[in-house]
Ligand binder design. Structure first.
Ligand SMILES: [Zn+2]
Length: 46
């Protein structure tokens, strides 16, 4: 299952449902969620 990250507030979460989330559960911003494919990618982004 993919992890999601909010580009607005940087909140990371794993959706409980099978449907792709469109809104951040923390800041409720829509359209700012991206999937995190690997830990390596996260490290490089920092
Ligand atoms: Zn957010």
């Amino acid at each position: 299952m993919a992890n999601y990250r909010c580009m607005n507030c940087n909140y990371r979460f794993v959706p409980k449902s099978n449907r792709a989330p469109t809104r951040c559960p923390y800041c409720s911003t829509e359209g700012k969620l991206v999937t995190e494919k690997s830990a390596d990618q996260i490290v490089r982004e920092v």
